[in-house]
Design a protein around this ligand. Structure first.
Ligand SMILES: O=C(O)[C@H](O)[C@@H](O)[C@H](O)[C@H](O)COP(=O)(O)O
Ligand code: SF4
Length: 604
């Protein structure tokens, strides 16, 4: 094992010792002796199977067959989730005779693409915790011996995982639907967006490009948060191996769904291969997740979500863990926004099987981990295929089939993973440099301060930003307005970069996993409404952002004594359902603690 990976793992384990022991004790108590439904009263059980078929009732009255709980994020709004509609019936058919399966509950799912730049985006981060709570409500019927989580996108997999960990005694498998076929290349889509931002094409051309890029059921093909989720599920052993990027509606996809159901039914406490998710998601699995994240140039949103997921398992992650791991983990993938390719190209080049084998070989992934299909990660260095109607696995390609997309550890795109922590007199922030040109990684320029991304877009249209500038957008933190993604700034700031200006973004908000080329210090903590120094920056202040030294400073000797200009957030307190989230805005922790709204003592 790489010494730094060992060191980081050891310090995570040390700081989490008490909380992890408490968590493991809790899930040990929840483990059933026999079928979980055995503790229910007759009345409870009768309600639980009232709507079942006669054969299902007979099975549920018995105490030999496990009962699986299905939690699904199906809806028609996310192209990535639309194929999940028929999965429950596929799952029930797959385990018939060996287990029963009940649709335990549906959870909401927001498409960040639909809400990007809209008011709804202010509910996006909070929707992760709503999904976690809805998952717990679904499983709280407490008559399940294992669970299947059907979901793919941004806040949904983290939410399902947090919820599943609150029932950590259950073996749990994540079941994806896979990416849509490749459409208009992401880079061409972005080029047309920049032309639109410059007024060189109209809305008709823009919509044609967008519709050609997002054109079918399945996950969008850029490497954003949704597809970063798929990587996490592979390196944490929570998928069937290689399930991430098999396209929807294919025989292989259907076979993998059936295999997931059978596998998790075989991993319950009733058998001799009990694999509860709460034991699987341990310090080593979480370090493997961070390694996978930085090795692939994954979404910066996971510097928030993984901290919340870890806390749900009693484990305390810090941003410095990400930075230290990133510093020794090579960048092995170039998938848009970190390159031209999409996830289908990545899959064709060798996919996660190749990646996992390379990272294992480089001593960057812990081998001694429990996964859904066995001990160790070697199974995830394989790829699934159909031999007739038989689902089998074979070793991933020995060589990358496209060195422009996927590299061996011996010949990486970059020596480090590109997620860094910036510190200085403004607090702590995160920056991902894997998609930022080296010439854009040190920026020193005058600040222009805004309180919304729409004000920035207007300033751009009015020609006020065509100069060297550090755009500061404050009042975008979790307590202020739910910490929306400010991804719609990318086209305008990208135009300025392409015109040769020195441009950077500094914000207490987030960017999308699909953001990339603009140097952006994001998740700045403390946020403006929590008395963060960002509220004391003034137009014209010189800000230095240096990704090499890890510095983010404003050159203002009187910064500490200045009066804070805290943005008025009253406009964000109602409308579009936001009035229902006052409790979340009051409870939510800082980005560096996972921005969770559960009121846990473990997350401040
Ligand atoms: O974190 C992410 O990956 C994003 O939230 C992503 O899910 C979102 O949908 C983007 O907005 C899509 O990119 P465009 O908005 O550029 O289509
Ligand atoms: S990847 Fe983003 S835009 Fe695509 S379906 Fe998922 S949430 Fe929506």
């Amino acid at each position: 094992m790489h010494p730094t990976i060992e060191t980081v793992t050891t310090r995570i384990r040390a700081r989490s010792k008490a909380s992890r022991e408490k968590y493991l004790g809790r899930i040990a108590e929840a483990r059933a002796k026999g079928v979980k439904r055995g503790h229910l009263s007759c009345g409870n059980l009768a309600h639980g199977f009232a709507a079942c078929s006669a054969s299902e009732k007979e099975a549920l009255i018995g105490t030999t067959l496990p009962n699986l709980g299905i939690v699904s994020a199906y809806n028609d709004m996310l192209s990535a989730h639309q194929p999940l509609k028929d999965y429950p019936e596929q799952i029930k058919a797959a385990v018939a005779g060996h287990a029963t399966a009940q649709f335990a509950g549906g959870v909401p799912a927001m498409c960040d693409g639909v809400t990007q730049g809209q008011t709804g985006m202010e509910l996006s981060l909070f929707s992760r915790d709503v999904i976690a709570m809805a998952t717990a409500v679904s499983l709280s019927h407490d008559m399940f011996d294992a669970a299947l989580m059907l979901g793919v996108c941004d806040k949904i997999v983290p939410g399902l995982l947090i919820g599943a960990l609150s029932f950590g005694h259950l073996p749990t498998v994540f079941v994806p639907a896979g990416p849509m076929p490749s459409g208009l290349p992401n880079a061409e889509k972005s080029r047309i967006r920049q032309l639109y931002a410059e007024g060189k094409v109209g809305r008709k051309e823009l919509l044609e490009a967008e519709a050609a890029s997002y054109h079918a059921p399945g996950t969008c093909t850029f490497y954003g948060t949704a597809n970063s989720n798929q990587m996490l599920m592979e390196v944490m052993g929570l998928h069937m191996p290689g399930a991430a990027f098999v396209n929807p509606g294919t025989p292989l996809r259907a076979a993998l769904t059936a295999a997931a159901a059978k596998r998790v039914a075989g991993a319950t406490a009733l058998g001799n291969d009990y694999r509860p998710i709460g034991e699987m998601v341990d310090e080593k699995a979480l370090v493997n997740a961070i390694v996978g994240l930085v090795a692939t140039g994954g979404s910066t949103n996971h510097t928030i979500h993984l901290i919340a997921v870890a806390a749900a398992a009693g484990i305390k992650l810090e941003w410095q863990d990400f930075a230290d791991i990133s510093g020794v983990t090579p960048l092995l993938c170039r998938i848009y926004p970190n390159g031209q390719a999409d996830v289908n190209h990545f899959q064709a080049a060798g996919g996660f099987g190749f990646l996992v084998r390379e990272l294992l070989g480089a001593g960057l992934l812990h081998r001694d981990v429990k996964t859904l299909v066995g001990d160790g990660l070697e199974a995830y260095a394989q790829e699934p295929y159909l031999d007739g109607d038989q689902l089998r696995w074979r070793d991933a390609p020995a060589q990358s089939l496209d060195l422009d997309v996927l590299r061996p550890a011996s010949n990486p795109f970059a020596p480090d993973g590109g997620i860094r922590v910036l510190g200085g007199n403004l607090g702590q922030s995160i920056i991902k440099v894997s998609a930022v040109k080296p010439t854009h990684r040190v920026i020193e320029a005058p600040a222009m301060v805004f309180t919304s991304q729409h004000a920035v877009q207007k300033a751009f249209k009015d020609g006020l930003l065509h100069k060297d500038v550090v755009v500061v957008v404050k009042g975008q933190g979790p307590r202020a307005n739910g910490m929306p993604e400010l991804h719609q700034l990318t086209p305008a700031l990208g135009v300025l970069l392409d015109l040769g200006y020195k441009v950077a973004l500094v914000t207490d908000g987030r960017m999308s996993g699909a953001s990339g080329k603009v140097p952006a210090a994001i998740h700045l903590s403390p946020e403006a409404v929590a008395d963060g120094p960002i509220a004391r920056i003034r137009d014209g202040d010189i800000i230095r952002l240096d990704t090499e030294t890890g510095e983010l400073n404003v050159k203002a000797p009187d910064l500490a004594t200045r009066k804070s200009d805290v943005p008025d957030t009253s406009a964000h307190e109602a409308g579009c359902g936001r009035e229902l989230f006052a409790g979340f805005r009051a409870l939510v922790g800082g980005a560096e603690h996972g921005a969770a709204s559960f009121g846990w003592e473990g997350i401040v």
